[in-house]
Design a protein around this ligand. Structure first.
Ligand code: FES
Ligand SMILES: [Fe+2]
Length: 439
């Protein structure tokens, strides 16, 4: 258990720099689990991951192993993956179907899909005059203290109290609205399975990188330039615009000056947003057909509003990176100060033509998958930062870029330039508040 006397979090975060212990220290990590991951709303999964009663996925919230399961009637449950008899894990696979209830493989205690105890073998008389009682919650599977779903995205909190999900999401709720509104049917469907990467770096390094507009044209230069050259070659040879997938990579060569014109917005609780920069409204027949369907579903005005939403990336702090216009989601699951699991998912827009799904799939493979050069280059940087931060060559990490220049109104920080380190400062401001106070 973290010992509050061992660690003094005050002083680790200053407005423009943070102490390297935030990334490398075991005690800091323990306290992060307790005060951030065990108190805030953490993304568990999407309702469409468990379409049929008994379908389940296992995951973790902080240090706790959890199960997302579809109930008998409508609705999903988030339960601790623990048998109340002698403590065995109940689900040992990553996902599957438990039929109409859970059955422990050790002594066959059985539970309904909402976690309530259903039966115990040979229990007649066995518990007479004991403290066991079948309706006592301690003999049922334990549900997450709080669970809420927004447009199919399921979150749970291990804290009994705190702000409700919508209040806590605040401005970052746009991530889910933007993604779902882009579906002619107003809903998205997850596409199993996900890629899983264990990054050899601290979880915060991943989040910081997502809205770091200074890095793409440096880190991803080789891939971006290669794609850009092929793109030009296709244009010259055919006289036609190359497929959008080339642009997904060549966009990484966007010059510094252009990145700097973008805007980032920081919301309370550490959530952050980066404006769009790719331009996803080409005039090819597939996109025209999609936009036609959008107008049929929503009417001219509303469809235009939806298609004009200019978001590239939203961080729902501390557990999610969402790229809503391309239906991408990455869930962040810290394992240790220097080990972070990311689950990389993508979604299908219900009612959209198949080529629009292919567009999301292209981005998933080309940019976010473990096998793309883009992600590989980022992963190398993350590890190099983690390794460098172990050295006794300076205690501070610099977030001075444009510090003090961003505009703040009602707790919302708008960056003065695209490359401002405002998002990192916003996340650490929230980190500091969580770490000092809990949720
Ligand atoms: S540990 Fe689960 S039934 Fe005994
Ligand atoms: Fe990157």
């Amino acid at each position: 258990m973290p010992n509050e006397h061992r660690i003094e979090v005050g002083g680790l975060v200053e407005p423009d720099r943070v102490h390297r212990r935030c990334y490398v220290d075991e005690d800091v990590f323990d306290l992060e689990m307790e005060r951030i991951f065990h108190t805030t709303w953490i993304y568990v999964g999407h309702e469409t991951q468990v379409p049929k009663p008994g379908d389940y996925w296992t995951t973790i919230i902080g240090r706790q192993r959890m199960i997302l399961v579809r109930g008998k009637e409508q609705g999903v449950h988030v339960l601790f993956n623990r048998c109340p008899h002698r403590g065995s894990l109940l689900c040992n696979e990553r996902h599957g179907n438990v039929g109409d209830g859970f059955r422990c493989t050790y002594h066959a205690w059985q539970f309904n899909l909402d976690g309530t105890l259903r039966s115990i073998p040979m229990s007649e008389g066995a518990y007479e005059n004991t403290r066991f009682a079948p309706d006592d919650p301690q003999f049922h599977m334990t549900p997450a203290p709080r669970m809420e779903s927004y447009r199919g995205f399921v979150f749970a909190s291990l804290a009994e109290s705190g702000p409700d999900l919508r209040t806590w999401l605040g401005g970052s709720i746009q991530a889910f609205d933007d993604m779902c509104d882009r579906a002619p049917d107003g809903e998205v469907e997850i596409v199993p399975n996900c890629f899983r990467i264990i990054q050899k770096s601290n979880w915060k390094i991943f989040l910081e990188n997502q809205l770091d507009a200074l890095h793409p044209s440096v880190t991803h230069e080789s891939t971006g330039r290669a794609a850009s050259e092929v793109q030009k070659d296709i244009e010259n040879r055919t006289g036609k615009a190359p497929p959008l997938s080339y642009h997904m990579l060549s966009a990484f060569t966007t010059p510094f000056e252009v990145w700097d014109t973008l805007e980032t917005v920081g919301h309370p609780y550490g959530h952050c947003m980066l404006q769009g920069y790719m331009g996803l409204r080409p005039t090819d027949p597939d996109n025209l057909e999609y936009e036609k369907r959008m107008r049929e579903s929503y009417g001219e005005k509303r469809a235009e509003e939806i298609l004009s939403v200019n978001i590239h990336h939203v961080l729902v702090y501390p557990s999610l990176s969402v790229q809503s216009p391309l239906q991408q989601l990455r869930a962040v699951r810290p394992l240790a100060p220097d080990r972070t699991l990311t689950e990389i998912w993508h979604f299908r827009l219900k009612g959209a033509p198949e080529p629009i799904y292919r567009r999301a799939l292209d981005y998933y493979y080309l940019v976010n998958s473990p096998s793309t050069m883009i992600n590989a280059d980022d992963l190398v940087n993350f590890r190099k930062c983690q390794d460098g931060l172990q050295l006794d060559a300076g205690d501070w990490v610099s977030f001075h870029r444009n510090a003090g220049h961003d505009s703040v109104k009602d707790g919302v920080v708008t960056s003065v330039t695209g490359m401002s380190e405002a998002p990192m400062r916003n996340m650490f401001k929230a980190w500091d508040e969580y770490m000092r106070n809990g949720a």
